[in-house]
Design a protein. Structure first.
Length: 67
């Protein structure tokens, strides 16, 4: 992915991932999104819901010195 913040490039990268349900495998998409969010200062946690499946909760402006 050349520019991860480009919506077209991000969509293309996500579509290349095998997240077909069943079985799911959303964690492949979560790995990508979580890295992008972390680079922008987000803090995220995963909520596992099954093998290869999870929810991602991301927050901005948390922690010491946050507004």
């Amino acid at each position: 992915m050349t520019d991860p913040l480009d919506p077209v490039a991000l969509t293309q990268a996500l579509l290349r991932l095998d997240t077909v349900n069943p079985p799911g495998n959303e964690t492949r998409a979560i790995d990508l999104i979580e890295r992008l969010l972390a680079a922008e200062g987000f803090v995220s946690t995963r909520q596992p819901i099954g093998e290869g499946r999870a929810n991602l909760v991301a927050r901005f402006g948390v922690g010491e010195g946050a507004p």
